[in-house]
Ligand binder design. Sequence first.
Ligand SMILES: [Zn+2]
Length: 357
Amino acid sequence: MRKASLVFTTYGEPTDALKRLGEGLKEALEERGYIFEPQPHAPRLVLNFTSVEAPRPYRRRSQATFVVSLLELSEISGEPVKEMYPYLVRTLSNLLLAYVPGVGAHFFTLDLGHYVEPEGQGFYRRIAERIHPMASATLVIKNRFDTDLEPELWDGDELTAALSRAGKVLDEWNLLPAPFPIEEILPPEDLRHVRHLYGIGGLSYGNLSARKDEKRFWMSASGVDKSNLREVGRDILMVKDYDPIDNAIVLSVPPHIKPRRVSVDAIEHWMIYREHPEVRAIIHIHAWMEGIPATQFHYPCGTYELATAVAELIRKAPDPAQAVVGLKNHGITVTGRSLEDILERLEGKVLPQVPMS
Ligand SMILES: [Zn+2]
């Protein structure tokens, strides 16, 4: 995969406080090897100055552009994620930084992460350190659909039935927060833009998959209601392969169907299945478990880097086929010998709140 150089730029009109933050960050990013250009065609990173009053988006031309929107707040509310998430979406950002001068920068991520970097020594450097793994990660969200699914699987099999049952159980346990209603807060043209850029049909959290054979696995689609997984090609997709040249997930679908995209984490599941033949099922939820190993950095969903970091922890687990690993500030990925095996091990042990640090 080609790595774009780390060109970054700024956009929008900053307040005085944001201007200082922007200048500090610019310097810290340059120290890390980022190169500032005033009007690059396809920057890797954009610092988008915005405000609560007029949350304007930076319209990227490329999926590879990581947009961090910065806005100034006098204080943070009691329900920060609920309050700030709409600004993340409206500004079409990958990350929102709400800066409270004298206090610190609150980070809000697409996967509902929220954590604070307090102001003080090394402030800008610490922010740049957190942004870097996210901004430099490679998204694997391109889908290629081959209409070669064998007819006997068009209506699913015992594995798609098991996925459907497991989705219902997770919903009963309240582990599938309702998809965020982005269509309610975005005008249609922005919604199209979001779909194109992030490859999502809506925001919903968590995903599940089950191995079909040596190479292939069934996986939940992107943005669907996981408590109601039914139709092949629409709710559940057959992942056939990953194409590293095209950087695309390859799916087998029935003909005469307008397929939905597969969950953005398909690359992570693909890596785990390929490496561990004994893994038969995988569940990812935005929740936590006591005493689990976790990834060191917060990588965005659907990136090659997140997949690699998770796969590394699975490899180190005493039994990779029955592992639970944490994704920092995000959730857990659990492997099992079957979906039922995973649910049995999770029951009663899941903490609904992901620790944020
Ligand atoms: Zn997730």
